[in-house]
Design a binder for this molecule. Structure first.
Ligand code: ADP
Ligand code: MG
Length: 459
């Protein structure tokens, strides 16, 4: 009965907190019970519980009461760590999209016997547009794909969402198997790796599992940050990794951040991952975005033969949609669909109309002031202390967090940020940013706070 109530209340919360907040913070709450005026919820992490309490606690309480519940307080509980060998259901991945179900892992690969993920035919080197932000990653991928002597092992590609990591990995796999069809190339996501591992444990097929993974010529594991914090999976990954390196087999790994920055990843794995070549895909620049758009238009020319795009439209999109290539592609496809429906040339105006929501989202820029306010609020310090001279750690640390966030989330330069922090020198800002980068790797609580703030500021 109480659960029905939560169902109803949840619906109303969606209205009052907005879809984004709802998806990130309310939907993951699991209602446990309501006793003696305390409503208890199960949350995946402490930080999430704290955040919900602080930002939505009152709203939730109010809604519960208006539904007739006898409630005066909320409590958030984190379940005890799962016994090893048992695995929680896959959480949503970092960008808020639910992770693909691990069981949907059809087998392709060579001879159909390797349990890899299917390769996307469109993700080839030919279709990959090279620009300054990705030229190094591209060159490294090309080199590995040539399949000469293994020189850097592993190749570690990292970068933000939608910048082409998966594309490059598939391209390597395509290229290698075209050159040498007999090669056993296994591509899979870290999540699938875990799923296979757990399945093998459960079915008592560990020998087969180990044998299979150790018999490939090339192993590619995508989004390796996924196994952070999953101890037994990490352990197995480490052994697989070492066994393959010992045999001089090529390994290619991707992640959303540098090895050293992945929280809850064992030190020995981090250092192993750093042993090869680590290259990052930088955020796109205007030229790259325009290049991608032009190449997509050319690729789609046969599917939309009558499509006409007025001069300046692509330039406009490249200028305005700066998030990532995936969003850019989505916008272009929408224009194509629209253009083929109305059967007219796509002009700057019609593009703006058709993409109003995407453009609005891209417009949303966080300011340094907003960052300062949010961080001050989070740490319970005064906004004036952000820009004031105090050097107490309890104030200096949040200030440095705010500096790092300003560097990450705005386009401001170090001197510019310094100016906004009470006229501090650019070297002070640089030092602060570096300090936080170090601490994120070693201080769990700080890393959690940082993630939380970043997420909250990003929408
Ligand atoms: P990631 O794995 O880094 O999140 P993806 O490789 O899935 O990103 O890329 C997202 C989309 O953007 C894909 O459709 C991919 O083809 C496209 N894309 C990314 N970078 C490029 C590029 N440099 N040239 C062409 N397409 C790209
Ligand atoms: Mg990817």
């Amino acid at each position: 009965m109480a659960e029905n109530m939560w169902g109803r209340v949840r619906e109303r919360l969606e209205q009052s907190v907005g879809a984004n907040n709802y998806r990130n913070w309310i939907a993951p709450l699991e209602f446990a019970d309501l006793e003696n005026g305390v409503a208890r919820f199960i949350v995946p992490t402490n930080f999430m519980g704290n955040w919900v309490q602080r930002n939505f606690g009152d709203t939730i309480l109010k809604q519960l009461m208006s539904d007739g519940a006898q409630v005066s307080r909320l409590e958030f509980v984190v379940p005890k760590a799962q016994a090893s060998g048992r695995v929680a259901p896959p959480p949503a991945n970092g960008n808020g999209r639910p992770a693909a179900p691990a069981s949907a892992a059809p087998t392709v690969g060579n001879g159909g016997e390797l349990p890899g993920a299917p390769l996307d035919k469109r993700f080839t080197f030919d279709n990959f547009v090279v620009g300054k932000p990705n030229e190094l990653a591209h060159a490294a991928a090309r080199r590995v794909a040539e399949g000469g002597p293994v020189t850097f092992n592993p190749l570690f590609l990292y970068g933000g969402v939608g910048l082409g990591k998966t594309h490059l990995m598939h391209a390597i796999a395509h290229e290698m198997t075209t050159r040498k069809p007999e090669l056993r190339v296994l591509y899979l996501s870290a999540e699938q790796f875990m799923y296979r591992f757990v399945q093998a444990l459960r079915d008592k097929q560990m020998m087969d599992f180990k044998h299979m993974f150790r018999s490939v010529d090339v192993l590619m594991v995508d989004d390796v940050q996924f196994i952070a914090g999953k101890d037994s999976t990490q352990e197995e990954f480490f052994h697989t990794f070492n066994a393959l390196v010992d045999q001089n087999k090529q390994i290619i790994i991707s992640a959303d951040r540098a090895p050293g920055d992945i929280k809850d990843l064992e030190e020995r794995i981090k250092s192993r991952l750093q042993c090869g070549l680590v290259v990052d895909l930088h955020p796109t620049d205007y030229e790259l975005r325009l290049g991608v758009l032009q190449s997509k238009v050319a690729q789609n020319a046969s599917a939309f033969p009558d499509m006409k795009i007025a001069p300046g439209v692509l330039e406009f999109l490249a200028h305005r949609i700066t998030t990532n290539v995936r969003v850019l592609e989505g916008a272009l496809m929408r224009l194509f669909a629209f253009g083929s429906l109305v059967g007219k040339e796509i002009t700057l105006e019609s593009a703006q109309d058709c993409l109003a929501d995407v453009l609005k989202q891209s417009d949303r820029k966080v300011t340094v002031e907003e960052i300062q306010r949010k961080v001050a609020e989070h740490y319970g310090i005064r906004l004036s202390d952000m820009i004031g001279p105090k050097r107490l750690r309890s104030i200096a640390r949040p200030r440095q967090v705010a500096m790092k966030l300003s560097k990450d989330l705005t386009t401001r330069s170090y001197p510019d940020i310094g100016k906004r922090f009470g006229g501090r020198d650019h070297s002070t800002v640089m030092h602060g940013v570096k300090k936080i980068e170090e601490l994120i790797g070693s201080d769990h609580q700080l890393a959690e706070d940082f993630d939380l703030l970043k997420r909250a500021l990003e929408h």
